[in-house]
Design a protein around this ligand. Structure first.
Ligand code: TXA
Ligand code: MG
Length: 333
């Protein structure tokens, strides 16, 4: 997994030639293209099977580049950038002229972030421009947190994969919209709401019914193949056992206080008690249960504080309604 200077140079050349590079970030792996090349950007949408109206995040090398990519950058936006970049925070600002509408799905705003991973930073420095990169998974499925996940999911659709090991944070960046002094939480992620509020010294608005086109806001997103059912923590064991008796191959996310041996299921994951470790492991756990052949995953939501807010958001989306053809038999008739 050691990435050498040669590999970085090669990846930067692939970007310059309009190719696609999978790159590690501290959150999840991204599928990157030259943000200023609409043909390359179109290939990203194609490789993911993502509708072109869903905007991409532009990754840049440093907070100093904000004004190159966005307009009307307010003092609040600068403060957030200075405090959290490089890091898992994405700012949605007014689109600078450099940003093609293909990147923003036709919106007049652009999502920007400076990732905090040595390989991503080296690539951005070598390339010089902005890298438009969504998570490197097929649209709607679980985000990749290792280079192997990317290869398994996207295969030949990627021209070059930079292997930077496992992602440290494990869930995507927090996305905030910044207009004037108002900050709106569009997607919870690696930077907690509490940390944002501490830096802003005031509340962050959370829209209940977001008018913004965010794929993560679709009812089903971040979803494994197996159907996900959410129950209260005290009911996980009983629900898993019942579904197993009904003929499902059940995978279970056990709360840390439940003893593994007491639960009858096809595959078991004991959820880490630290939310940082849970976030880091989350997508790998979902993949692991898919690989074990589970058709149903029983889990409960963590307390929605700190990183627990992002974990709960991803689990809810994973459990969201899907197109009928993807549904397995309901667990109770
Ligand atoms: O951690 C991350 O954010 C990862 C890594 C690779 O940086 N990227 C990621 O990208 O999660 P993606 O495409 O899977 O999710 C980007 C989200 C989408 O929900 C998209 O709708 C939202 O950002 N987004 C992008 N531009 C936007 C805009 N102008 N307004 C509102 N939301 C926007
Ligand atoms: Mg994604």
């Amino acid at each position: 997994m050691t990435v050498r200077t040669d590999d970085i140079e090669r990846a930067a050349d692939v970007l310059r030639a309009g190719g696609l590079v999978a790159l590690p970030t501290e959150t999840v792996y991204g599928l990157g293209a030259d943000a200023e090349n609409p043909t390359a950007v179109a290939r990203v949408f194609q490789a993911k099977g993502r509708p072109p109206s869903h905007p991409l995040i532009v990754h840049v090398g440093s907070a100093e580049q904000l004004a190159d990519w966005a307009e009307d950058v307010t003092a609040t936006a600068r403060r957030l950038a200075e405090h959290f970049w490089p890091g898992p925070l994405t700012l949605v600002l007014r689109r600078g002229r450099r940003v093609p509408l293909e990147v923003t799905g036709g919106l007049e705003t652009v999502a920007l972030r400076v990732p905090d991973h040595p390989v991503a930073r080296a690539l951005l420095a070598a390339f010089g421009g902005g890298v438009a990169a969504p998570s490197a998974n097929r649209f709607g499925s679980v985000s990749p947190t290792t280079a192997d996940h990317v290869r398994a999911e996207l295969g030949d659709a990627v021209d070059y994969v930079l292997d930077g090991g496992s992602c440290e944070v494990g869930v995507e960046s927090t996305i905030v919209g910044v207009t004037g002094d108002a900050v709106t939480l569009l997607r919870p992620g690696g930077v907690t709401r509490e940390d944002l509020e501490a830096v802003l010294d005031g509340p962050v608005a959370v829209p209940t019914d977001s008018p913004v086109r965010v794929p993560g806001q679709h009812p089903s997103h971040y979803a494994p193949r197996a159907r996900v059912v959410l129950v209260a923590p005290g009911q996980v064991a009983a629900e898993a056992e019942l579904a197993q008796q009904q003929g499902h191959l059940v995978g279970v996310f056990l709360p840390p206080e439940v003893a593994r041996a007491d639960v009858k299921a096809h595959a078991k994951i004991t959820v880490p008690s630290s939310s940082a470790a849970y976030a880091r492991g989350l997508y790998g756990f979902l993949r692991e249960l898919d690989q074990a052949g589970c058709d149903l995953i029983v889990a409960s939501l963590p307390v929605e504080q700190g990183l627990g807010l992002a974990i709960a958001n991803r689990l809810r989306r994973a459990a969201g309604p899907r197109p009928a053809d993807q549904l397995t038999v309901p667990i109770r008739p």
